[in-house]
Design a binder for this molecule. Structure first.
Ligand SMILES: Nc1nc2c(c(=O)[nH]1)N[C@H]1C(S)=C(S)[C@@H](COP(=O)(O)OP(=O)(O)OC[C@H]3O[C@@H](n4cnc5c(=O)[nH]c(N)nc54)[C@H](O)[C@@H]3O)O[C@H]1N2
Ligand SMILES: Nc1nc2c(c(=O)[nH]1)N[C@H]1C(S)=C(S)[C@@H](COP(=O)(O)OP(=O)(O)OC[C@H]3O[C@@H](n4cnc5c(=O)[nH]c(N)nc54)[C@H](O)[C@@H]3O)O[C@H]1N2
Ligand code: SF4
Ligand SMILES: [Mo]
Length: 725
């Protein structure tokens, strides 16, 4: 739906909600049309940086396939219905299932864009609380959950994730992250390429450990191939070297730590020689990586999805922080630091203890709860398995678990068996096609913007608010309104609690997004002024500084930011130590080799955004993206030439994809990007369907999880590959 450009040109300052980098944008509009999108040079944080996805916000705004009215499935056909009919139908369907089968029979899944929408971040938790179900799932358990486990058990709150201070470090070790493609994660740092370059320009060093020689590895000083899933052994050996050689150093954080001596007991058996075969890294290199890191004047060890999406992700993420702790990097400039955000989701409460995990278990497989949710790797079997507590209805919010969770093909089939499904989403895609009703929120340019979550994970303290750039269309609802309408409708009954809850919901709804933001800002550290003498932060004062407010570099925050009940840092949390016998067994398994078997990993690409921006022509045109990267030796063993179709087979499924031969891959490892596979029937995204690709998660295995916290073990899925035909 190309919008006619009519009327005067208006210039708006906004922000991009697509990834964690929070780039500032200058958007020109004429009437309802977007006429240009550029990086905002006056944004003090992003300094004009954007990536190709920003311009695709225009395509999203205009996309004729984007749903603008609620849709109800009637005898297998989609029919537009009014908002009141759709909301009543959705709530009634959920309540009916709960009345018949209990509260846990309704499951919820919150996908990634939830945290990029201020309305959804503020209003979804209420809706889930109102449903009163324990069957809560989200993208967290296919992503950063192990980082939360480490943060909660060590520092007392899942969001106390220390952020690498890359603008001041002299030595950055990146394990399992590719910020040049992802633009940084659990490290909000717009224009990360420039910032990495600056480390080298001031005489520092960047080291990358990754089974693929990535875009980031290409701009680093050193790159080491590692066998997928073996990071835990590398990290243990690094800890071994550092403690054995006495390279650990005193620090303020060290003085706050208990259980410090446990670390040597843990690391002692893991010499570089013992883990070399499992990791694929020479003992001398492991020792050098450890010594260089420990000896650097200012250093940060950073790990991202490559270390959290694997069978030992929890222990690996803990070891990363433990290594930062022993070398005196925690809470020090140039090391890893905590933010002091204007709106603080960490809040005053915390109270996580070192064994705080698994207060309840999933019904079928006994996977642990964490932060009130269950691992999504178990969702399909919870739908399929009869019995008390079986999942019979599902609400998805901004998620596409058919493409994004392990063994998505199984989930795809399981969703067909649900008695009722509601999707809050603006596309009819691989997941929402199973819904009985779809409630589409307005697009990102038609709602307020404030990055509640990502300011908390940024390399500087910053704040920025933008009001909606377009008025929502007459028939459009922002996500927060949809959620609060649903919340009211699913709080049945006239007992005192129900009435109180309804009153609370109404009060918050009356405040709206801006009201709630002001309420939170007033509780925050900059309510009465900013470090550089600016006015106290409110949405009104932020609107006077539309490019965003820089609140300075990260500052030491310990001990007062600790939220452990002990007010100490737990260097070796109980819950994590309990997983070490499994790690010991894993070392044996990782040292075995199986003839003909390859290990599959994922990848991200600058023009792609998980599963949902593939309907933008400008992002998908050109060379096919969904290819199987393979080392030349592995290809020639299988008689595969570049561009030929390969059949990839795993325990759970098979897909066909063209081979792209490259020595950027570690021998024995192949890579497919995730988020593709738009060829399923019933998907209403024309451009995406024309560039369908296949889903890596038709190969990944829902049985392969990190038993510590249930996170999907994507990395290193065993596959065989052969030539098609
Ligand atoms: N362009 C773009 N940007 C995005 C996204 C996107 O889809 N597209 N998604 C966003 C989201 S949701 C997230 S969570 C972030 C993620 O941000 P990143 O973690 O930076 O994401 P990736 O680019 O997947 O980088 C992971 C790296 O880990 C490597 N790897 C895989 N397995 C292993 C392993 O076992 N060990 C080690 N050491 N490395 C391994 C991969 O080769 C890859 O280079 O990106 C965000 N940004
Ligand atoms: N094998 C493998 N699998 C992976 C990964 C991997 O690296 N490898 N990465 C994992 C990671 S890190 C993540 S975060 C997940 C992401 O997977 P999901 O959390 O499932 O998210 P997306 O695939 O991004 O799908 C987003 C959905 O939200 C909708 N949407 C977009 N914006 C909005 C909005 O503002 N409101 C609403 N209501 N809906 C909206 C889109 O239409 C789309 O349907 O995938 C995971 N899956
Ligand atoms: S890096 Fe790209 S997708 Fe991420 S916020 Fe910036 S412009 Fe948006
Ligand atoms: Mo993610």
């Amino acid at each position: 739906m190309t919008m006619p450009a009519a009327g005067p040109v208006e210039k708006h300052v906004h922000a991009c909600p697509l990834c964690e980098a929070m780039c500032g944008l200058v958007i020109e509009t004429q009437g309802q049309a977007v006429t240009s999108i550029r990086g905002d040079d006056d944004d003090p944080f992003s300094r004009g940086h954007v990536c190709p996805k920003a311009v695709a916000l225009k395509d999203l705004h205009e996309d004729p396939d984007r749903l603008r009215r609620p849709m109800k499935r009637v005898h297998g056909k989609w029919e537009p219905v009014s908002w009141s009919e759709a909301l009543d139908f959705a709530a009634q369907g959920l309540l009916t299932v709960q009345r018949m089968h209990g509260r846990n029979a309704v499951a919820t899944f919150a996908g990634n864009p939830t945290v990029h929408s201020v309305g959804a971040s503020l209003f979804l938790p209420q809706f889930i609380r109102a449903l009163g179900t324990r069957s809560r799932y989200s993208a967290t358990s296919v992503d950063q959950l192990p980082h939360h486990v480490a943060a909660a058990t060590m520092f007392g709150h899942p969001l106390l994730i220390p952020i690498p201070d890359i603008d001041r470090t002299q030595h950055l070790v990146i394990i399992g992250g590719n910020p040049l493609a992802s633009n940084g994660s659990l490290m909000t740092a717009p224009d990360v390429a420039k910032r990495l370059k600056a480390i080298r320009a001031r005489g520092g060093k960047v080291v990358v450990v990754d089974p693929r020689k990535t875009e980031t590895a290409l701009v680093a000083d050193e790159h080491y191939f590692i066998r997928p899933g073996a990071d835990v052994f590398l990290l243990l050996a690094m800890l071994h070297v550092i403690l054995k050689e006495g390279l650990d150093r005193p620090s303020r954080a060290r003085d706050l730590a208990v259980e410090y001596d446990e670390l040597w007991h843990v690391a002692k058996p893991y010499t570089p020689e013992r883990v070399a075969h499992a990791t694929g890294i020479l003992p001398g290199s492991i020792t050098a990586i450890a010594r260089d890191f420990a000896n650097a004047e200012r250093a940060a060890l950073y790990g991202r999805v490559g270390v959290s999406m694997q069978e030992f992700g929890g222990v690996a993420c803990w070891l990363i922080t433990a290594l930062n702790l022993v070398t005196g990097r925690v809470d020090e400039p140039g090391g890893v630091m905590f933010t002091n955000p204007a709106i603080d989701p960490v809040g005053l409460k915390g109270g996580y203890s070192p064994d705080h995990i698994g207060r309840w278990k999933s019904r079928v497989r006994g996977l642990p709860e964490f932060m009130g949710e269950l691992p999504v790797a178990t969702l399909a079997e919870e739908i399929e398995t009869d019995g008390e507590g079986q999942v019979r209805a599902l609400v998805t919010h901004a998620g596409n678990p058919v493409l994004s969770t392990p063994n998505g093909g199984r989930l795809d089939r399981a969703l067909e068996r649900l008695e009722f499904m509601v999707s809050i989403d603006f596309y009819l895609n691989e997941t929402t096609r199973h819904a009985d009703v779809i409630l589409p929120p307005v697009g990102p340019l038609e709602r307020d913007h404030y990055d509640v979550v990502f300011h908390t994970l940024a390399i500087r303290n910053t704040a920025k608010y933008a009001p909606p750039l377009f008025d929502p269309p007459a028939n459009g609802m922002p996500d927060w309104k949809i959620l609060s309408e649903l919340t009211e409708r699913v709080q049945p009954g006239w007992n005192w609690t129900a009435i109180k809850n309804r009153m609370a919901t109404r009060a918050i709804r009356k405040m709206g997004v801006r009201g709630l933001l002001d309420h939170e800002l007033a509780k925050g550290p900059y309510a009465h002024g900013t470090p550089n003498g600016g006015a106290g932060l409110t949405t009104a004062s932020l609107m006077k500084r539309p490019h965003g407010v820089d609140l300075g570099a990260l500052v030491p925050m310990l001990p007062h930011r600790l939220r452990t009940t002990s007010k100490k840092i737990h260097a070796a949390p109980k819950a994590i130590l309990a997983d070490l016998p499994r790690v010991a067994k894993g070392l044996e398994a990782a040292s075995e080799r199986h003839e003909g078997v390859l290990m599959l990993i994922g990848r991200r690409e600058l023009r792609s955004n998980n599963s949902w921006m593939h309907n933008s022509e400008r992002l998908v045109r050109g060379k096919a993206r969904c290819t199987l990267l393979m080392h030349p030796d592995d290809a020639s063993h299988r008689n595969l030439a570049d561009g030929q179709m390969a059949l990839v087979i795993s325990r759970v499924g098979a897909v066909e994809a063209p081979v792209e031969i490259t020595d950027a891959m570690m021998p024995g490892v192949v890579s497919l990007p995730h988020g593709w596979g738009h060829g399923r029937p019933g998907v209403q995204m024309k451009t995406a369907a024309a560039h369908a690709g296949v889903s890596i998660n038709d190969l990944t295995d829902d049985e392969r999880v990190d038993r510590l916290c249930g996170t999907a073990g994507f990395s290193g899925t065993r596959v065989t590959v052969e030539r098609v035909g």
